[in-house]
Design a protein around this ligand. Structure first.
Ligand SMILES: [Zn+2]
Length: 108
């Protein structure tokens, strides 16, 4: 018995959709965790600024102002967040496209 081509195509499309759904659902907790980390880091930057009157991208200096349980990288991998700072503004960017926080305002 020969399986017809349309059935094979339908099965292939269904498998692709299923893989997409699984991948998306696995990536979702990373996104939420990532954004939570960036929120904590933004608070840490604000605390640092309150004390020193400038923002820092020195992660060792910042470490004392962010809860030790909050890693300074996106949960997808070990790549650190991108920090763009000047004396009176800051930007924290996820290298994995989960968003950014600029001067306390989140992109999501
Ligand atoms: Zn991220």
């Amino acid at each position: 018995m020969q399986v017809k081509l349309p059935y094979i195509l339908i099965i292939l499309i269904a498998v692709c959709i299923l893989i997409g759904v699984i991948f998306k659902s696995e990536n979702l907790p990373y996104k939420e965790d990532c954004r939570d980390r960036m929120n904590h880091i933004a608070l840490g930057l604000e605390k640092f600024h309150k004390e020193y009157k400038y923002y820092t991208d020195n992660l060792d200096s910042l470490r004392n102002y962010v809860l030790i349980s909050v890693p300074l990288n996106c949960p997808v991998n070990i790549v650190k967040f991108i920090f763009k700072v000047s004396n009176d503004s800051y930007e924290i960017i996820c290298p994995n496209d989960h968003g950014k926080i600029k001067n306390g305002i989140a992109s999501w």
